[in-house]
Design a protein around this ligand. Structure first.
Ligand code: GCU
Length: 326
């Protein structure tokens, strides 16, 4: 009887210790982003959150706030730098202003194909870019496929000539701005959330993005021509505050990184499906897809690429390294 009681006391104190250590070990990480709940990148991050919880034995709880609930993409990065949130999903265009290495993704026609793009993101070059913002208060955890970006407008764009004089919305990326200028358009930086109305009211004449902009973000309602010039492949990027990262235990860092790597592959699958389904939806919305000869676009941006790489040794080294990746 006495033995039973001792076992009971020992057992319950063990349970209490376990419970309290679990309470202390639980880390809630808030993640902000600007896409909708049904966007594939939100699904990939939900997958990541579930995997991170499992691999950390319940220690890591990631709460996702989609739809710019906590602010625009830029504001989310600022919240993260101020310590108000732990994680954010941004993209390589937005991040270029914080860490110039991301600029390489914004150079037009830099990748030969999707296979090379993935080898870059999953290899040493990708990892060095993810780490390059360390001193800015955050590091990248993984890239998410966001397809190829092309121009879309109220009128067909078949050659760079058709962009002449058009106000083209771009992200706040020096490279995107230089690219649109090189193609003859007037670059107009705007937050993504303001773009639908800007297109509708004629504040801008054109924009450039992947196919989900037409359907999931409904831009196909106000811009009916999507030109398949596929000038850039700009990945989304999941970032975490350097401080939060450094405070995680080694095993939780491993768990989170593993979950992120796996979610990148999940996103690859999701993106392939998405391109097909969203293209059909866009056609149903009345969007015309225009096959374009890419050669004049490629040609028009060469001087700009040369100029940017000549004055930026980091960029020129990254371009060289990417060219070595087969
Ligand atoms: C892509 C990307 C977003 C980004 C948007 C933009 O859709 O996924 O993160 O905000 O482009 O052009 O602003």
């Amino acid at each position: 009887m006495k033995l039973n009681k001792t076992i009971l006391i020992l057992g319950s104190s063990l349970l209490l210790t376990m419970a309290s250590s679990n309470i202390f070990a639980t880390t809630i990480l808030k993640l902000s982003h600007n896409q909708t709940r049904n966007h594939p990148v939100n699904k990939a991050m939900m997958y990541m959150a579930k995997a991170a919880k499992a691999y950390s034995n319940g220690d890591l709880i990631i709460r996702i706030y989609p739809d710019s609930q906590l602010g625009t993409q830029r504001e989310s990065l600022e919240l993260l730098q101020n310590g108000a949130i732990a994680m954010a999903k941004s993209n390589a265009a937005e991040l270029e202003a914080f860490a110039p290495a991301y600029g390489v993704f914004n150079l037009p026609y830099i990748f030969k194909d999707r296979a090379q793009y993935y080898r870059v993101m999953q290899g040493e070059i990708g990892e060095s870019i993810l780490q390059s913002s360390k001193d800015k208060g955050f590091i990248g955890l993984t890239f998410y496929d966001a397809g190829a970006r092309s121009f879309y407008a109220k009128k067909p764009i078949r050659t760079p000539n058709d962009l002449k004089g058009l106000k083209v919305r771009v992200q706040l990326s020096q490279t995107a701005i230089a690219m649109v200028e090189a193609l003859g358009g007037h670059p107009t930086p705007l937050a993504y959330g303001e773009l639908y109305t800007a297109l509708q009211q004629g504040v801008v004449d054109a924009a450039e993005n992947n196919i989900t902009a037409l359907t999931i973000n409904r831009h196909g309602e106000v811009a009916k021509f999507y030109s398949l010039d596929e000038h850039t492949m700009v990945p989304d990027v999941l970032v975490i505050s350097t401080k939060v990262w450094n405070n995680l235990s080694k095993s939780n860092q491993v768990a989170l990184k593993r979950a992120c790597d796996e979610s990148m592959l999940k996103m690859k699958e999701l993106w392939t499906e998405t391109e097909n389904t969203e293209r059909l939806k866009a056609i149903k919305m009345g969007v015309t897809f225009i096959k374009v000869d890419k050669a004049p676009f490629v040609k028009a941006v060469q001087p700009m690429i040369k100029k940017l790489t000549e004055k930026n040794p980091l960029l020129s080294k990254l371009v060289e390294d990417i060219n070595q990746v087969r």
